[in-house]
Design a protein around this ligand. Structure first.
Ligand code: F6P
Length: 366
């Protein structure tokens, strides 16, 4: 199929994850080699689009990056085109300006016919004012949280799952030796996918996720029974967004300049404190933090990113703009990019992974 597209741009937005470079490479190479299209990259997400920071991407830049973590383009989760931080006012409060025109000026100056946006719900939400201003874009879903509405898998998830599983595996031997309760806090925002899957893969005894509020007494009963039984120790996989039945989530910080200002963190320490108080069992916590987002992508992420990239370029060539690629039951399809905006795909409490975990006597504290 011939195309009128002469040049495309690629942007990575939101938190980084393994597999972004595989996607950049996949889009760039399919555009250049299969379709003779020029490729440029936007630096640091929407910030670079606003500030006109654009670089050429050729075979040299796109080679040797398939296995590299992070993003060669840089990214930002603190910047939206219609809410660009422009400094603090006299009272010290952040002020913002609408920078959609500046984004469109960058697009025009560099002759970008289609912008490929690799991001999550926040990044896709940000395309709305740009699409309304005339931008043509294609979305590719990425996040270690795996919570993008419309797709059952996102780039980055299986890489982070591997790290979560490895960490929980390692806590077994030390927990066993000291007869302790070991709690590991994992990322994921308001979605429990990463903790649920890492917990199941590592045979964790207790899994705490935001979608299933827990009661501390149920967890205490469970770890006490294990302590007095054959096992002696317990491993708890705890999502950063986990919450008690009557409580709210634990917030570690608030970044007022970010479109999604709340950063979760600290629930594991709270749970550990209560377990020790109520049971007298020695309890230790490990917070994985950004280790989960670092390092090289899993083989699955490399395949997923390259497949999404090829399909995304196909969509552009067919003139199907403002769509994002998704995967469901092994089939790659597309949906309106704004379908994923301001929504999250959460774990349903009767999901087959929850049922499987319950079948092997995993406690969810409910
Ligand atoms: O959305 C990805 C994610 O890693 C979440 O799991 C986590 O809550 C958040 O980003 C952390 O954000 P930051 O990198 O700004 O600390």
């Amino acid at each position: 199929m011939t195309t009128t597209i002469k040049r495309i741009g690629i942007l990575t937005g939101g938190g980084d994850c393994p597999g972004l470079n595989a996607a950049i490479r996949g889009i760039g190479k399919a555009a250049m080699f299969q379709n003779g299209i020029d490729v440029v990259g936007i630096r640091d997400g929407y910030q670079g689009l606003i500030e006109n920071r654009v670089q050429k991407l050729g075979n040299k830049e796109l080679s040797g990056i398939l296995t590299r973590g992070g993003t060669i383009l840089g990214t930002s989760n603190r910047c939206a085109p219609d809410r660009y931080y422009s400094g603090d006012d006299k009272a010290g409060n952040p002020t913002f300006v609408n920078a959609v025109d500046r984004c469109m000026a960058t697009i025009e100056e560099h002759g970008i016919d289609v912008l490929f946006v690799i991001g999550g719900d926040g990044t896709f939400s940000c395309t709305k004012p740009l699409v309304e201003a005339g931008l043509k874009c294609i979305g590719i879903p990425k996040t270690i949280d795996n919570d993008i509405y419309g797709t059952e898998l996102t780039i980055g998830f299986t890489s982070a799952l591997r790290i979560g599983t490895m960490a929980l595996d390692r806590l077994h031997s030390t927990g066993d030796s000291h007869h302790r309760v070991m709690i590991c806090e994992l990322m994921g925002r308001n979605a429990g996918w990463l903790t649920l899957s890492s917990g199941l893969a590592s045979g964790s005894d207790v899994i705490l996720i935001p979608e299933i509020p827990f009661e501390i007494d149920k967890i205490c009963e469970f770890v006490e029974a294990r302590r007095s039984g054959d096992s002696g120790f317990s491993i708890i996989a705890c999502a950063e967004g986990a919450r008690t039945k009557d409580g709210s989530q634990v917030i570690s910080s608030i970044d007022p300049t970010s479109p999604d200002p709340i950063r979760l963190g600290g629930i594991a320490a709270q749970v550990a404190f209560e377990i020790e108080q109520k049971t007298n069992i020695e309890t230790r916590t490990t917070t994985l933090g950004h280790i989960q987002r670092g390092g090289e992508p899993s083989a699955t992420d490399r395949v997923l990113a390259t497949t999404f990239a090829a399909e995304a370029v196909e969509l552009a060539i067919k003139g199907k703009f403002n769509q994002m690629v998704v995967i469901n039951e092994g089939h790659i399809r597309s949906q309106d990019i704004l379908d994923a905006a301001h929504k999250q795909r959460l774990v349903s409490p009767d999901h087959r992974i929850i049922n499987a975990a319950k079948a092997v006597r995993t406690c969810f504290g409910d």
